[in-house]
Structure formats: structure tokens, C-alpha cells
Design a protein around this ligand. Structure first.
Ligand code: ZN
Ligand code: ZN
Length: 468
């Protein structure tokens, strides 16, 4: 009897024994082989001198941009102190002293074996692919990337120290630091992982009902209260005159359950992460009403961070982790890598999705579920920017919708949670010249300007809100 098929074994599903001897379907086998080959190609690309130079520059530019969100200020600073002094200063402090990517001699790793949580969504691309591409091991780290079912679980596993660092929704570290929905624990965001990459997906039965003014009574899913998804959906509905607390229902649904809920008719739509918008189209249960890029181009979504305690106890480890994730982001940003990345992250242990779904998300060439193929290269992007101004915007929306009450010291909170901030203080402590200009930049959301230095006025400008 052939050992490959084993048809008379009552304990084994016949179809699942693959000819390679492993217990998976031929489709999974094919996906794994394709993933390994794609990972090998990407790894080879990452080892070229060209990529190494690009990646080094990418990390450096990220750090410089984090310290000088306003380009004019960066130029003034460089002119004032000279390039060499500026480089030395930046190298020594960003985002905290030990995180400098340019350091020649790295300190010993305090904790080389790490567990990192991720939610299986395309936002986590850099964090996930750093594993098969060997970016963690190159930093001397033995990292286990662990798939996690929902955001509440991510929060709990970070708080009970099961995870050393994690993929977060970018408002989560703010909420946890403020003690919203959990005991207050100081958290730090090292980097924004991705920008754009979300969408409003509606049930196919609404394909002739595209005007949000007519959506009274709709039920929507979002992945978590403290998510850009919730804040963007609320913003969009309110701009159309709907009160998101009284005119519609918004409920929290783990990303992986969004399509099933849409199919079952439990919800009319969701503002969710990919691949689930594209998956709804793939499964012919929904259509992409709008990409979040069209609400706020360049909006942050997920972040990468850890508890402040972990970073303080393991600065070199965290620095190594930070370098690995940024190298990965540098790779993920290049459009020419996107199709291969889709192959690497679609198998079971990562996103567990058909590769066709992931590649539509990452390349931006996608079927919208309404019969059109759209071409939007920046549908999803990986811009690792921890701008405090983004945190200030999130705080205004948490306040607007009653998640935080009373006065909020926006800047103080933003600067505590979004790491780069430390940089200026650190430079001062080291006796270095500190840039003095504003570190906050303005953003445009649905055509309306948000100026973080006028956050209070911005908050008061909204007619629809839930403030006392
Ligand atoms: Zn196989
Ligand atoms: Zn995200």
C-alpha cells in the first residue's frame, strides 16, 4: 500500500495527505512552495548592496523625518549646525538613544528570544514578512510571530507580558496608556506600520444605495473601539449628517469575522482592514464603497510598539527589533516587491487567504465588486511615521465621541506615547543643539484641515458629537 494516500486509514482524511508527505491540501502545498520561492527571491533582493544602501537611507530618513516633521525646520537646523553635527546628534538619540539605526557597535541583546503578536491583516505585512525573510535573525533575534484572533486579546497578551512587542491599532497604545478599557499602563509606539489600506465595504444589496445620507438604520462593523476604523467611519457618517451613535449601529467585530457577518446579513457593511474588504468582493458578498485613502490620504492605521517598561528594560533588543521592522517596511514600500510579498504572507500560518486576494490589496490593482477593476497603487502603503500630530487627531476623536471626558492635554499624551518625542529631550540631556521649531504638522481629512496646534477649536467645530 502506498504511504502517500493511505485510503483505508479511518483516522486520516484521505484528501489531506499531500504527496510531499505532509498533512495539508495540494492547494496549501502549492501556496507554501510559492511562498518559499518568493521569500528566497526577496531575501536575495534584500542582500544586494543596492537594497542595503537604500534600506539604510530609508531608516535614516525615517528617523530624521520623525525628528523634523516640518521640512523647513529640518533645513534650518541643518544650516545652523552643519550636516556632520546634525548627523551625530540624530544618530545618538533617535527614537531613543539605543534605537539608532546607524550605530556601528550594537550593545548586547538583553532578550534574544521574543514573542510578537499580530492580527492576520495586511497592515501587519512588514512585521510578518520580517520573519520568513530573515530580518529578525539578521539582528540576532529569535522571534516567534504569533497570530492572534482579535484586538482585545492583543491588548491582554501585551499587558500580561505574554507578548514582548506587538502589532497594535495606532490608537490602542494611547487608550491603554490612558487606562481606557484596561488598567492604565504606559505604552510606546515605535513606528506607524502602515498608512491607508482600509475600506468601507457594503453588502451587495446596497449597490444602488451609495449615498450615506440614506444609510439611517444601517448596522456597521469596526474592528475595535480604539481604531482608526471606528474614528474614520464616524467621521464619514457625521460629515454626511448622520449621528453615528443614534442614526446607525456600530459594533465591534474581529476582522476575520467581518465577511461572514456581512454574508449572514448581520451587518450592512464594515469599515475594516484588508484583506477582508477584498475578500468580501472575492466571495461575492460585498463591494468596496470607498477606500479610506479617499477620506484621508496617508492616514495612519496600525502601529508597532511595546510597553514602556519592556523598552526601558531591553533597549538594545528593542532597537534591534525596530531595525528589523523598518528594514521590512523599506522592502514592503517598493511596488516591485508587492506581488512576491503577497505570496510570502498569504499561506495558512500568516494571513491564511487566497494569494489573489492579498495581491489585489498590495498591488492596488483590484476588482471593486461593482464590475470594475481599479488601479490605485497607494491603496496600501507602509510609511513608518510616528507623528505626534496623528496622535493628537486620534485624541480629538476619542473626545468627540465620548471615549474620553473632560479636558485633554493632547500634546503631553501624544508625546509620551509616540516615541520620537523623547528624542528632543534626549538631545538636550546630551548637551546637543535641539531643534526648536514646531514638531507638529497639519493634515487634511475629507477636505478639512486639522491643525494640531488648534486641536480644541477643531474639536468644537463639529456639529455632530457626543460631548456633554
Ligand atoms: Zn505538501
Ligand atoms: Zn491597520
Amino acid at each position: 500500500m502506498s504511504e502517500f494516500f493511505d485510503p483505508y486509514n479511518a483516522d486520516r482524511p484521505l484528501m489531506l495527505k499531500c504527496s510531499c508527505g505532509r498533512n495539508h491540501s495540494p492547494a496549501d502545498h502549492h501556496a507554501e512552495v510559492a511562498a518559499d520561492a518568493a521569500a528566497a527571491t526577496l531575501r536575495a533582493r534584500s542582500e544586494t548592496a543596492e537594497f542595503e544602501a537604500y534600506s539604510q537611507e530609508f531608516i535614516e530618513a525615517t528617523l530624521v523625518k520623525a525628528l523634523f516633521p516640518q521640512d523647513q525646520e529640518r533645513r534650518n537646523f541643518l544650516r545652523a549646525v552643519g550636516k556632520k553635527t546634525a548627523m551625530a546628534a540624530i544618530a545618538s538619540v533617535l527614537p531613543v538613544a539605543s534605537l539608532q539605526a546607524m550605530a556601528q557597535d550594537k550593545g548586547p541583546l538583553e532578550k534574544p528570544n521574543l514573542k510578537i503578536g499580530f492580527i492576520p491583516i495586511t497592515c501587519a505585512t512588514p512585521l510578518i514578512m520580517a520573519h520568513p525573510l530573515g530580518f529578525y535573525s539578521k539582528q540576532g533575534l529569535n522571534v516567534e510571530v504569533t497570530k492572534t484572533a482579535g484586538w482585545a486579546l492583543i491588548r491582554d497578551k501585551v499587558l500580561n507580558k505574554e507578548y514582548d512587542a506587538s502589532h497594535f491599532l495606532s490608537p490602542m497604545p494611547l487608550a491603554i496608556s490612558l487606562g481606557l478599557g484596561a488598567n492604565a499602563t504606559p505604552m510606546s509606539v515605535a513606528t506607524i506600520q502602515n498608512v491607508n489600506g482600509q475600506a468601507i465595504t457594503l453588502s451587495l444589496k446596497h449597490k444602488d444605495n451609495r449615498d450615506p445620507k440614506n444609510w439611517k438604520g444601517f448596522k456597521f462593523g469596526v474592528p475595535f473601539d480604539y481604531s482608526m476604523h471606528n474614528f474614520l467611519l464616524r467621521y464619514y457618517l457625521a460629515e454626511s449628517g448622520l449621528n453615528p451613535d443614534t442614526d446607525v449601529q456600530i459594533r465591534v467585530i474581529p476582522p476575520a469575522e467581518m465577511v461572514a457577518n456581512l454574508r449572514a446579513g448581520n451587518i450592512d457593511g464594515f469599515l475594516g482592514p484588508d484583506p477582508f474588504n477584498q475578500r468580501a468582493v472575492f466571495d461575492e458578498v460585498g463591494f468596496i464603497h470607498m477606500l479610506t485613502k479617499d477620506l484621508w490620504n496617508g492616514h495612519p492605521c496600525c502601529a508597532f510598539g511595546a510597553s514602556t517598561e519592556f523598552i526601558q528594560k531591553n533597549p538594545n533588543t528593542f532597537a534591534a527589533l525596530y531595525r528589523a521592522v523598518l528594514t521590512s517596511a523599506a522592502m514592503a514600500r517598493l511596488p516591485g516587491n508587492r506581488e512576491l510579498i503577497a505570496k510570502v504572507i498569504s499561506p495558512t500560518q500568516y494571513l491564511n487567504q487566497p494569494e489573489a486576494v492579498i495581491s489585489q490589496v498590495l498591488t492596488g490593482k483590484f476588482a471593486d465588486g461593482l464590475g470594475k477593476v481599479q488601479n490605485v497603487p497607494d491603496r496600501a502603503d507602509f510609511d513608518p511615521m510616528p507623528w505626534q500630530s496623528l496622535a493628537v487627531w486620534m485624541l480629538t476623536q476619542m473626545q468627540r465621541w465620548g471615549y474620553i471626558k473632560g479636558n485633554v492635554d493632547y500634546k503631553q499624551i501624544a508625546e509620551k506615547v509616540f516615541l520620537i518625542t523623547d528624542a528632543r529631550k534626549h538631545m538636550k540631556d546630551l548637551g546637543q543643539t535641539v531643534p526648536t521649531g514646531p514638531s507638529y504638522i497639519k493634515h487634511k481629512i475629507m477636505g478639512k484641515e486639522f491643525d494640531p496646534s488648534k486641536a480644541d477649536a477643531y474639536l468644537k467645530s463639529f456639529a455632530i458629537h457626543k460631548m456633554g
